[in-house]
Design a protein around this ligand. Structure first.
Ligand code: PLP
Length: 402
C-alpha cells in the first residue's frame, strides 16, 4: 500500500486547506480504490522474523498492532494534522479520551494547571475530581480575563487548558494572549477546539501548543461515531503522548476513523453553512428572548475578539428564557422539528437544557459560577432550511406563552 500519487509531506504541505481536507493522508492499496479503505484488523503478519524485530526496535516503519497503529487510523491522523497545520496528530476513542490523555500524558504529582471555568462537564469532572487524586493542583479562573491567567501562574504551573468558544456559555478566550503568557513561563497551552473546528479557528497558528478535539462533533458532523484527536509538535505527540496512549489504550476503531475521515471531506462546507444558519437563527431570537449568548452578534461583548481569531462564530449558541427549568423543559417539549438532544455539531438541529443534562453532574454552585442558569438552552444549528427552524421556534415560544 502506498500514499496516493506523490503524497509526500513536502507536496501535501503546499496544498490549500480544502485540498488537504479531501486528499490529505490518503493511502491507496494495490486495488486502486478511490475511497479510503477500512482495515478492520487488530494484528499484522510478517514475511520473516526479522521484519517485526526491526519494527519493534524502531529501525523500520510499518504496522505492528492496532493499539499502536492501523492504516485507516493513520490516514485520519495525517489528514487532521495537515488540516490543523500541526506536525503530528494522534486520535483517540472519544473526545474525553483525547482531553484526559492530553492532560495525563504530561502532568505529574506536584504539578499545577490553570483551567478556564466554562468547560464541557466531564472535562471539569477530570480537573475537579480526578487530577487532585493524583496530586495535581488545578486553579479555576474566568478564562475571558487575560490577567487572571497571568495571576494564576505559579513556579510549578505546567499547563493552561481552555475551550473557546466554551460549552455552553460561549465564553471566548484570547488564544494569542493566553498562549503568549504560557510561552513566557514554559507552560503548555492546550485548546479544546471542538466548538469551532479547524474550518473556523486554528489555535496552533495563534500560538497554542496543543489542540484537542471531540471529533464526535463537527468533524464527523453527522452524529454517527465518537472520536477524539490531539495535535501538536512531533516531539510532543511521539515523545510524550504516544507512550501514554499505546500503553493505556484509548484507541480509535478503524471503522470510526473511516467515518470521521469521510466527514472531514465536507467539514469546511458544513462548518461555514451551519455557522451562517446559526447567525440567522440568533438574529431571529434577538429581542424575543431576555438573554442571547452568541458571540457572532455585534452586541456580544467579545465580538471583536471573535472577529480577530475566528472565521465565523460557529453553529452552536445558548440563550435564556424566563421561567427557569420548568419553562425551559416546556419549550423543548413544544418543539416539533428541532430534536431534544445533548449532542452538537450534527447536520440535524439539536437543542438541550445544559443544567439538567451535560452540566447536571456539577454542583449547583459550580454551574452558577460558570453562568449555566436554569432557564438556559443550548442550540446546535444544522443544515435544514433556516425558515423551518425559525417557524418551529416561533410556534414553540408561542405555545409556552413567551
Ligand atoms: C463533546 C465534547 C467533548 C467530549 O467529547 P466525547 O466524544 O463526547 O467524549 C469535549 N469537549 C467539548 C467542548 C465537547 O463538546
Amino acid at each position: 500500500m502506498k500514499r496516493t500519487t506523490g503524497q509526500t509531506r513536502s507536496i501535501t504541505e503546499k496544498w490549500r486547506p480544502a485540498t488537504r481536507a479531501v486528499r490529505g493522508g490518503t493511502w491507496r492499496s494495490e486495488q486502486g480504490e478511490t475511497s479510503e479503505a477500512i482495515y478492520m484488523t487488530s494484528g499484522y503478519c510478517y514475511e520473516d522474523a526479522q521484519t517485526p524485530a526491526d519494527r519493534f526496535a524502531g529501525a523500520a516503519r510499518g504496522m505492528t498492532y492496532s493499539r499502536t497503529q492501523n492504516p485507516t487510523v493513520q490516514m485520519l491522523e495525517e489528514r487532521i494534522a495537515l488540516m490543523e497545520g500541526a506536525e503530528a496528530c494522534r486520535v483517540q476513542a472519544s473526545g474525553m479520551a483525547a482531553m484526559s490523555a492530553a492532560m495525563l500524558c504530561q502532568l505529574s504529582a506536584g504539578d499545577h494547571m490553570v483551567m478556564a471555568q466554562a468547560a464541557f462537564g466531564p472535562t471539569r469532572w477530570v480537573t475537579d475530581n480526578l487530577l487532585p487524586r493524583f496530586g495535581i493542583e488545578v486553579t479555576i479562573i474566568d478564562g475571558r480575563d487575560n490577567d487572571a491567567w497571568a495571576r494564576a501562574v505559579k513556579s510549578n504551573t505546567k499547563m493552561f487548558f481552555f475551550e473557546t468558544p466554551a460549552n455552553p456559555t460561549m465564553d471566548i478566550v484570547d488564544i494569542s494572549a493566553v498562549s503568549a503568557i504560557g510561552r513566557a513561563h514554559k507552560i503548555c497551552t492546550v485548546v479544546d477546539n471542538a466548538f469551532a473546528s479547524s474550518a473556523l479557528q486554528r489555535p496552533l497558528d495563534l500560538g497554542a501548543d496543543v489542540v484537542a478535539y471531540a471529533a464526535t462533533k463537527l468533524m464527523d458532523g453527522q452524529g454517527r461515531v465518537l472520536a477524539g484527536a490531539v495535535c501538536g509538535t512531533a516531539d510532543f505527540i511521539n515523545g510524550v503522548l504516544l507512550p501514554f496512549q499505546r500503553n493505556t489504550g484509548p484507541t480509535l476503531s478503524p471503522f470510526n476513523a473511516w467515518v470521521v475521515l469521510k466527514g472531514l471531506e465536507t467539514l469546511d462546507l458544513r462548518a461555514n453553512a451551519q455557522a451562517a444558519a446559526a447567525l440567522e437563527v440568533a438574529q431571529f431570537l434577538q429581542g424575543r428572548v431576555p438573554r442571547l449568548l452568541f458571540p457572532g452578534l455585534p452586541s456580544h461583548p467579545q465580538h471583536d475578539l471573535v472577529k480577530r481569531q475566528m472565521k465565523a462564530a460557529g453553529s452552536i449558541f445558548s440563550f435564556e428564557i424566563e421561567g427557569g427549568r420548568a419553562a425551559a423543559h416546556a419549550m423543548l417539549d413544544a418543539l416539533e422539528l428541532i430534536d431534544i438532544s445533548n449532542n452538537i455539531g450534527d447536520t440535524k438541529t439539536l437543542i438541550t437544557h445544559p443544567a439538567s443534562t451535560t452540566h447536571s453532574s456539577l454542583p449547583a454552585q459550580v454551574r452558577a459560577d460558570m453562568g449555566v442558569s436554569e432557564g438556559m438552552l443550548r442550540i446546535s444549528v444544522g443544515l435544514e432550511d433556516v425558515r423551518d427552524l425559525t417557524d418551529d421556534l416561533t410556534q414553540a415560544l408561542a405555545k409556552v406563552g413567551l
